[in-house]
Design a protein around this ligand. Structure first.
Ligand code: CA
Length: 115
């Protein structure tokens, strides 16, 4: 009986420290490796508006398609999908740059938030 206790002690400690015997998490990056579209800004205000929008879009994307499964103290599995930073910036560039000239003007930046 004491021998079983000695063998199981490390396992119990491992479970208590890690929370689960088996932990596995996997994150998939969507559109990974997408090149960043070149873009310029007419003014610093237009740039600031763009960056604020991108920051918010990145925060919203953090909770995108997360799933988890677990049996307490035994198994913990989690999967998540996240859009690449370049893809988020490229989508924002397409949305902001109304005339597609590669430069986000003050009008385009302010017009974006009016809609
Ligand atoms: Ca433009």
């Amino acid at each position: 009986m004491a021998k079983i206790g000695l063998i199981s002690l490390p396992i119990i400690c491992l479970v208590l420290v890690s929370g689960c015997l088996l932990n596995h998490s996997h994150e998939t990056i969507i559109r990974q490796g997408e090149p960043l579209y070149p873009v310029t800004f007419e003014t610093e205000e237009a740039h600031a508006s763009f960056e604020a929008y991108v920051d918010e879009a990145e925060d919203n994307d953090d909770n995108f398609a997360n799933s988890s499964f677990g049996i307490p103290l035994l198994i913990g599995l989690s999967r998540s999908k996240k859009t690449s930073v370049n893809a988020i910036r490229n989508d924002a560039t397409i949305e902001f740059d109304i005339n597609g000239d590669g430069m986000i003007s003050d009008y385009e930046a302010s017009h974006f938030f009016e809609d």
